[in-house]
Ligand binder design. Sequence first.
Ligand code: UN1
Length: 499
Amino acid sequence: MKRFNNFIGGAWVPPDSGDYFENRNPADKTDIVGEFPLSQVTDVERAVQSATRGFAQWSRTPAPARGDILRVVGDLMSKRKDEIANGMTREMGKPLAETRGDVQEGIDTAYYAASEGRRLFGHTVPSELRNKWAMSYRRPIGIAGLICPFNFPMAIPTWKMFPALVCGNACIFKPAEDVPHTGTMLVEILLEAGLPPEVIQLVHGRGEEAGAAIVEHPQIPLISFTGSTDVGSYVGSTCGRMHKRLSLEMGGKNAQIVMDDADLDLALEGALWGAFGTTGQRCTATSRLILQKGIHDRFLGMLVDKTRSLKLGDGRKDGTDVGPLINEAAVEKVERYIDIGQAEGADLLCGGRRGEGRALADGNFFEPTIFARVEAGFRLEQEEIFGPVLSVVRVSSTDEAFAVNNDVKYGLSSSIYTANVNVAFRALNELDNGITYVNAPTIGAEAHLPFGGVKQTGNGHREGGWQVYDFFSETKVGYADFSGTLQRAQIDNYRGTPD
Ligand code: UN1
């Protein structure tokens, strides 16, 4: 079996404990991808010592030169897109078309970051005093701790790492324990592109150990975390206590609204892709479908028919629509929600059980599932499941559809299908989410726009686009007074208030 290591202190090294964990293919648990280090506090400690040296060097490298390394990273990722996608599907399960898209999102993020090395704008503004300049500019912060989820094994680490690097920070990267191989491939590419080795540290292991050691380390001032809202609360309280800068990206309970005047065929394609793409394991997955009463029965019929025809299977095989869930715990969680939904009185229309048959026997497969007659307020309608379970809620009016969308504790994405431009713009204004799609599904965020949500989905920061560069850099202000006199702001130029 292939054994992989951490990358700490500029070298591939075993964990101090000498312990490793097995990484298995979720579509076929007899297939072991390799074994990966179980790291502890001492491994993180060495990573911090090395990253401190990396930061000293990297923060003084001109930003355009930093960006140029990311350009080469993008080139290497483009060349190896298929190879990475194959490896990613093997350890994560989603179909190859999706893992290729995941790598492409990393490539887009690399080229965006590369060009940002030539911008990283500050402002120059007039001073209120003569012969004085006032300007703001960016400085690197230090070591960024990046704690990443399993569902986008390449895209999400790059959302964090590439902006962090172009802004001049060093990174300690902990991939999710379900997808350590993709994380390893990413670090290999960074090194091959010429990133100074001590600027990146790769620490594998469990959240409770390696992840917690990163969050709690006093010399890591910057944490970017994507994961569950529960773990995010622990990360948030620790960072709050330690005065760390923190970006949180957590749960979602995203809805697609279909109004009576919608193009139903289009809405159907959107619902299937939104709900069952990535086996529902996206923060942006469609887990609620809000149907206006005029089209409710017809649309539900169309949806159930199509859902039954989706092919569950190994994401590396042609024809597979839906891959496995990530691990056994995820399957058990989905099963719990099937019981909860039935106990609440919702109608199970299709799915609701593990995948059956020889081809699915060794994987974590679960059938795409639809519940109808779900009422606003049911646990099924309120809680994040992170699996292929879609809950359908019937509403009478636009106002009711918007209220149902908004009445959850999360606020990542939403979608509305309608032909009415006024209703579409009302949705953009009134839906409480970080992202609203019109006539498109709840998933499909592009790398050059800010990504994130409101309420318990996040803490106000955004990934992607131009905004993430504010998170990964410190704004500093400089005043240069070349008047040769003492000029007093707020005092010398103050004209008084007219009587
Ligand atoms: C996520 O849902 O966890 O929105 C990230 C999308 C992707 C990113 C999703 N580009 O479809």
